[in-house]
Design a protein around this ligand. Sequence first.
Ligand SMILES: Cc1cc2nc3c(=O)[nH]c(=O)nc-3n(C[C@H](O)[C@H](O)[C@H](O)COP(=O)(O)OP(=O)(O)OC[C@H]3O[C@@H](n4cnc5c(N)ncnc54)[C@H](O)[C@@H]3O)c2cc1C
Length: 410
Amino acid sequence: MPARQPSSAWAEDVRVSHGKGARVLVVGASAAGFSAAAALRRRGHHGPITLLGAERHPPYDRPPLSKQYQTHGWDAERLGLATRERLAGLDLELRLGVRAAALDLSERVVEDDDGGRHRYDQLVIATGLVPRRLAALAGVPTLELRTLEDADRLKAALRPGSRLAVVGAGFVGLEGAATARRLGADVTVVEPVAHPLADRIGSRAATRLCRLHEANGVDLRCGSSVAGGRVDGDGTVLELSDGTELLADAVLVAVGASPSTGWLRDSGLDIIDGVRCDEYSRVAESVWAAGDVARWRHIGYGEWLRVEHRTNATEQGQQVAAGIHGELTPYVPVPFFWTDHYDVRVQLAGRYRDGLTETDVELPDRPGASVTLFHAGDELRAALAWNAPKELHRYRRELLARFAMERSVA
Ligand SMILES: Cc1cc2nc3c(=O)[nH]c(=O)nc-3n(C[C@H](O)[C@H](O)[C@H](O)COP(=O)(O)OP(=O)(O)OC[C@H]3O[C@@H](n4cnc5c(N)ncnc54)[C@H](O)[C@@H]3O)c2cc1C
């Protein structure tokens, strides 16, 4: 296999400054940042590793916030990405409740918003996303769902008979709706797009998901947006674009999230919808990015990607750790996610695109379970499973094999 040529001029400098004794600073103490830090230790990194995170909690997992944390009595400790013992064993310097405010690339220093300065040899940017707000609801009390505190506020609002309005029928909004129904709340979902999620999972699966919510009592109002809102007594009135009004005890705004890159504004880094990286997840000399915030060149697809899913945070964190130790391997994952609604788990491996040929795989004796394959010509591009995790993983492996060549070490 011929050696791959690193694509940028500073590749050689990176080789000089990485090593197992390097001082590593990870900004963002969540899935991607923790994955990078833990992988560095697993690989024998003996230099200092600092995990600097704006949240005051040790690294925890977000997917259960809209699911088990609400409905299955999970406590905050159960969300932890590592037990206290494991965390202690990793020997990380945890700087929690500390927000990075600026990056000075030439000095190799991150400044926090208290004026603290954090020096690094290698920097990992893993600051994830911040939820988008709705200008139409400025000044109106709303909930969002990204952090543990958000999840606690939602939990407090969900009671049998309470009225929840969800704005946005994306994965987080619909998972929130399913959870609220399970807890006995009345739920209305307002979504401007006529066929939500069709661009993500195909129109047949998206329609099936919407029907599932309706069958479970969700009032799904597609093609309608929120034009304004006001407080009315103990509740909130949402003014909808079709002229109707909706009275709710609580409003969950779930209209997507944007990369948390404000602190990099003056850094000189290329920030357009995330932190731009090369195919090795490198941002600049001795600077790497991983997880929801990273937009990198996927040489398998020949496109720039930014993936907002949990598995990617772990995988890219691990890949960055390898890069810091000098193993420059192009990052060519097959995107994968799951989403849970009532008793249904939907999983997608690969990339759904309009225009792919859809084929259903027979799953005899498995009522309600299904797998759909999406092909471009003869080539498998994506597989979607509905309560069929084992079958999905078979196709996921097939999809992964497609990038075996690209994955070779430089
Ligand atoms: C409610 C919910 C449910 C989800 N469910 C699923 C699911 O079912 N399946 C799935 O595949 N994915 C799911 N996801 C997505 C998944 O959780 C994310 O892809 C994953 O958390 C990304 O990890 P990350 O570390 O890149 O970013 P994040 O988890 O966003 O973490 C970034 C961290 O950086 C911190 N930070 C930000 N700015 C700064 C700063 N300036 N200084 C210091 N720290 C900073 C943040 O406070 C945060 O702790 C869900 C997400 C949410 C919110």
